[in-house]
Every structure is written in C-alpha cells, then in structure tokens.
Design a protein around this ligand. Structure first.
Ligand SMILES: NC(=O)c1ccc[n+]([C@@H]2O[C@H](COP(=O)([O-])OP(=O)(O)OC[C@H]3O[C@@H](n4cnc5c(N)ncnc54)[C@H](O)[C@@H]3O)[C@@H](O)[C@H]2O)c1
Length: 255
C-alpha cells in the first residue's frame, strides 16, 4: 500500500512511538488522526503538524468513544486505511509478596487498556476498512499492533504487562485469517527498549544499563526506527499474520 494520501489512525499517537509514527506517516504524504486520551498532548501535536493531522480524543477501552474517533477520522479525511495501535500502559508489581497479592483490579486495568483496548480499536477500524474499494493489489487496509519483548521474555513484576502483550501476539494470526479474504492485514511489532517518555521516567543509570544490554546497536531504540517499520509494514503486502521483534537482538533477563 502506498502511503501517499493514505489515512491512518494512530492510538497513543500523542506520545513516544505513536507520535513518531504519526510524523513518519505524514512525511510520506499520508493523513493521520491522533487517537489519545483527552488530557494528552494530542491536540497541541495535531495543531503543530498542520491540516493533514487531527486529534481524535478517546479512551481505547471505550467502544462509543473509539467509534466516534473512527467517524471523526473518516469525516476529516474521507476513509481509513492504516491503524497503528500504540496506546498502552506499563506495570511493575509481582504476583504476590510482602505487600500481599497483586490487586486484581491492577491486573484487569492493564489487560483492559493494552489487550482489550487494542482489540476494540482493531475491530472498529477493520469494520470501517471493509468499506474501502480494494487497491490494484486487492488491499483494503492494514492493522499494526504494538506488543513488547515482554510478551516472550517477561521479567519479574511484568505478569500483567506480559500477559496483555502476549494476548496481542496471540490474536495477530487469527485476525489476519479473519480478514484475509477482505484484503486487510494484521501485523504486530514487539519492540525492545525505546527512548520514549515511558522510559524517560527511569533514572539515567538504569537507562544506561538497559542500553548496554542490547547486543547491537548498544543503545535505546529511536522512536523513528519504530515508525520506519510501521511504514514498511503498511507498504509491504506480504507481511501478514506475524509478530516482528524490533530489539537489536536483546533478550530480557529475569530482572
Ligand atoms: N518504549 C518502549 O521501550 C516500549 C517497549 C515495548 C513496548 N512498548 C509499547 O509501545 C507502546 C507505546 O509506548 P511508548 O513508549 O510510546 O509510551 P508513551 O507513554 O510515550 O505513549 C503511550 C500513549 O498511550 C496513551 N494511552 C494510554 N492509555 C490510553 C487509553 N486508555 N486510551 C487512549 N490512549 C491511551 C497515552 O496517553 C500515551 O500518549 C505501548 O503499548 C508500550 O507498551 C514500548
């Protein structure tokens, strides 16, 4: 799928990997709707980026709000071809310990935002994509999700986060199979450690240690490198039903 004049909806698009994806899609001549929380920086970012970007405030877990954001995208740009699911939250708490069992509500909250939120936006975006006239290669659209290395090498304290991200990996192939006949693909990226506001909260020493653990290149990933893969997935029709690690050969240790 060519990205020029292509319309994308990017969840978590106000920050980090999502914001970098928005910029990269616009640089290639596309349009982008930034779906993020109403209190995020999405509005300011859309204003900075100009008329090819809009802010579509929504919580990914809310069916009505996301349906409205999809309608807003189509009203502004005339269709929807690419979904980039980046909205997500982390969590760092063991299953149990001195403080007692992990609160069930915390586990549910992480699953709700990362896994159910990703599914909610995917199902509504895919439904909209069904309306597209296929391009000469038969493509109607592509769904790009964001998992994490934690889906495979979950560390201590990552039980909720790892479960949510493994769920995203697990639904990638069945979604691709469900939508194959309609010319809609589904691909997931499993990033290693990227330099975003999510990691900026860590002390400098911890960030340096994380960077040093990456075999090559021994640094944190740049959000632009994630965004470049988003664009490539959209452009390469043979990528489908797969999760791609983007991690400099990093394998996470137990802690
Ligand atoms: N940065 C990394 O190293 C890294 C590594 C692996 C996976 N990831 C994943 O990549 C994705 C993006 O992470 P990031 O580093 O850019 O983080 P980030 O915190 O910079 O951005 C996440 C965005 O998601 C939005 N968001 C959170 N909950 C939401 C909700 N319920 N509804 C709508 N928007 C919501 C936030 O407002 C924020 O703008 C996340 O899913 C994260 O788990 C990041």
């Amino acid at each position: 799928m060519k990205l020029s004049d292509t319309v994308a909806l990017v969840t978590g698009g106000a920050s980090g990997l999502g914001a970098a994806s928005v910029r990269a899609l616009l640089e290639r001549g596309g349009y982008a709707a930034i779906l993020d929380r109403p209190d995020s920086a999405g509005n300011e970012l859309a204003k900075d980026l100009g008329p090819r970007a809009i802010f579509a405030p929504a919580d990914v877990t809310d069916a009505e709000q996301v349906a409205r954001a999809v309608r807003q995208t189509v009203a502004a740009f005339g269709g929807l071809h690419v979904l980039v699911n980046c909205a997500g939250v982390g969590s760092a708490i063991k299953i149990t310990g001195k403080q007692g069992p992990m609160p069930l509500e915390l586990f549910e909250m992480v699953i709700k935002i990362n896994l159910i939120g990703t599914f909610n936006v995917a199902r509504l975006a895919a439904t909209e994509m069904l309306r597209n006239t296929p391009n000469p290669d038969g493509e109607r659209g592509v769904l790009i999700n964001t998992a994490s290395l934690a889906a495979f090498d979950g560390q201590m304290g990552q039980v909720a986060y790892s479960a949510s991200k493994a769920g995203i990996v697990g639904m990638t192939l069945p979604i691709a199979r469900d939508l194959g006949r309609d010319g809609i693909r589904c691909v997931t990226i499993a990033p290693g450690t990227f330099d975003t506001p999510l990691l900026a909260m860590m002390p400098g020493e911890q960030r340096r240690m994380l960077a040093a653990e990456v075999p090559f290149p021994s640094r944190l990933g740049r959000p632009s490198e994630f965004a470049a893969l988003v664009c490539h997935i959209a452009e390469n029709a043979m990528l489908n039903g797969e999760t791609i690690r983007l991690d400099g050969a990093l394998r996470l240790p137990p802690r």
